[in-house]
Design a binder for this molecule. Structure first.
Ligand SMILES: *[C@@H]1O[C@H](CO)[C@@H](O)[C@H](O)[C@H]1NC(C)=O
Ligand SMILES: *[C@@H]1O[C@H](CO)[C@@H](O)[C@H](O)[C@H]1NC(C)=O
Ligand SMILES: *[C@@H]1O[C@H](CO)[C@@H](O)[C@H](O)[C@H]1NC(C)=O
Ligand SMILES: *[C@@H]1O[C@H](CO)[C@@H](O)[C@H](O)[C@H]1NC(C)=O
Ligand SMILES: [Zn+2]
Length: 476
């Protein structure tokens, strides 16, 4: 009886005992599966970070009940499906952030017709939920990290996709916009409107201090890292657009490509470039403005890379188990890298954690200097070595400290270090300087860019540049 009830409850998605089926689940099935996971496992928490465009057309229906920012909806409204952007959180304390526990995220299916990542993230959820407190690696990961998984950022695109390897039917959102060109860009001034899916991600980044992330795509097999764009300033080196944390990004990309069974060999798809080590700088491959990984890094203090996981964007279902086998260990190893470097709090002269203090690492001039969050916390991914930190907060002396950083992933923890500031007797804090400027604004970024670059390429200019590149490169 219990088994019948259970299988009814799990419905078509889970076949008892053997885990999640290897096939393409539509948006309704994904929602049903995630709700079931949320109800079954206490170490998970499901919430919606927003809606897709197509869903908004449905909101005129009386079936929707507005409850503040939380909207409730049934499984279907008329002919239109309910398309929340569901995020499943996994971790020892899934409902809220804990001091010292880094926030990690995976985002899949941003291009609706690139579907292998969507399948892999569902399989990853299945693997993590079945392995917690049984498998050593899974248990240590979920005890030390809060993991956020957005299985599909573009459910409308997925539903309209035509299951083709190459064509781009389904790539865009319901408004025909490429979501990976719709983010604010540090290198191009533009005044476009943000799509709902993009706004949902931008707001999500404000609610959690994400440390590390990957964004899953298809159409090639390579790990691509920032920057994707450039205005031909100091960041442009030998055809690549290089971040101040390039050593860390290369390490992160190689962690994925070398743990993947094939990616590190390069040249996986008959028509793509031969990627040495299975990695590439995004700009070096092909420049693009408005991408999500640059936005995460520049404005979100979150290191994000783009994983291209299959030559064919929408492969035959029979190939899905093979993709899982090739990627499983890489997905886990990449998550473990959230423990690189140093983490801790910045404390003022009274020992109180302070928000918006600048935590800078010598030799790494980030466009937006990294700042402490509302808990006074900072996370800084760094490879093992000695680093000098400079911590700045109004009314306090600038603190310089050199730290020896070990390899954190081995122990599932970055080095813990709090910075204790001393009051600066010379400057009495005035109301004007107790509060540092709000988080980095685009105009500040552009000013700092103008300081060391020959001038800004306008959005229009960049777009022309990109269109030219796109003509000779398949869109991925
Ligand atoms: C997740 O599960 C909790 C506990 O069972 C429940 O209260 C909550 O409503 C569920 N959330 C969703 C989105 O289904
Ligand atoms: C993980 O956390 C759980 C719950 O607190 C605890 O019972 C378990 O021993 C921990 N396991 C590891 C490997 O840290
Ligand atoms: C998918 O693979 C199966 C098994 O290999 C095969 O029978 C089927 O024809 C394939 N479908 C397509 C559309 O290629
Ligand atoms: C870091 O500094 C210590 C001395 O403080 C030194 O022994 C060590 O070799 C240095 N490590 C690196 C990687 O430079
Ligand atoms: Zn893509």
């Amino acid at each position: 009886m219990f088994l019948i009830a259970l299988s009814l409850c799990l419905g078509i998605v889970v076949s008892a005992g053997v885990g999640l089926e290897f096939r393409y689940h539509n948006s309704l099935e994904v929602e049903k599966y995630l709700r079931n996971v949320n109800n079954t496992f206490g170490f998970t928490h499901l919430h919606s970070i927003g809606k897709s465009v197509e869903d908004r057309h449905a909101t005129s229906s009386s079936r929707y009940i507005e409850q503040g920012s939380q909207r409730q909806c049934g499984f279907t409204v008329g002919q239109t499906q309910c398309r929340d952007l569901w995020v499943l959180i996994l971790g020892k304390n899934p409902t809220e952030h804990q001091i010292g526990i880094p926030e990690f995220k995976y985002v899949g299916n941003m291009h609706g017709n690139e579907v292998v990542g969507r399948v892999l993230l569902l399989q990853l959820i299945d693997y993590l939920t079945r392995g917690y407190l049984k498998d050593q690696l899974v248990t240590r990961l979920l005890n030390s990290t809060r993991v956020h998984i957005l299985v599909s950022m573009n459910p409308d695109g997925f539903e309209s996709s035509n299951r083709d390897c190459m064509y781009s039917q389904g790539r865009f959102n319901k408004n025909g916009v490429d979501l990976n060109r719709n983010f604010p860009d540090a290198f191009s001034k533009e005044s476009g409107t943000r799509e709902m899916e993009v706004r949902a991600i931008i707001d999500w980044l404000k609610t959690e201090s994400f440390v590390l992330s990957a964004n899953l795509h298809g159409g090639a097999v390579v790990a691509s890292y920032p920057y994707d764009n450039s205005n031909k300033g100091a960041e442009l080196k030998g055809g690549s657009s290089i971040t101040p944390d390039n050593d860390v990004f290369v390490h992160l990309a190689k962690t994925y490509s070398y743990t993947h069974t094939l990616m590190h060999k390069g040249d996986q798809c008959y028509d793509s470039k031969d990627f040495t080590d299975g990695i590439t700088n995004g700009y070096n491959w092909y420049p693009l403005p408005g991408g999500m990984q640059d936005y995460n890094y520049v404005w979100g203090q979150c290191l994000e890379i783009t994983l291209e996981l299959s030559c064919c964007k929408f492969p035959n279902e029979s190939e899905l188990p093979g993709f899982w086998d090739a990627n499983r260990d890489a997905l886990l190893a990449y998550m473990q890298q959230v423990h690189l470097g140093v983490k801790g709090q910045v404390l003022d002269a009274d020992g109180k954690p302070v928000q918006n203090s600048l935590v800078e690492v010598e030799g790494r001039p980030n466009l937006c200097p990294f700042r402490t969050d509302s808990n006074g916390e900072y996370y800084r991914l760094l490879l093992p070595g000695n680093y000098t930190f400079k911590v700045t907060y109004p009314g306090h002396r600038v603190l310089m400290e050199t730290l020896a950083v070990p390899y954190g992933p081995a122990s599932f923890s970055a080095l813990s270090h709090d910075f204790r500031l001393e009051r600066d007797a010379a400057t009495t804090p005035s109301p004007g300087n107790t509060h540092p400027p709000e988080s980095c604004t685009s105009s500040q970024v552009w000013e700092s860019l103008e300081g060391h670059s020959p001038g800004l390429v306008s959005w229009g200019g960049t777009f022309v540049l990109v269109l030219q590149a796109a003509c000779s490169t398949m869109l991925l």
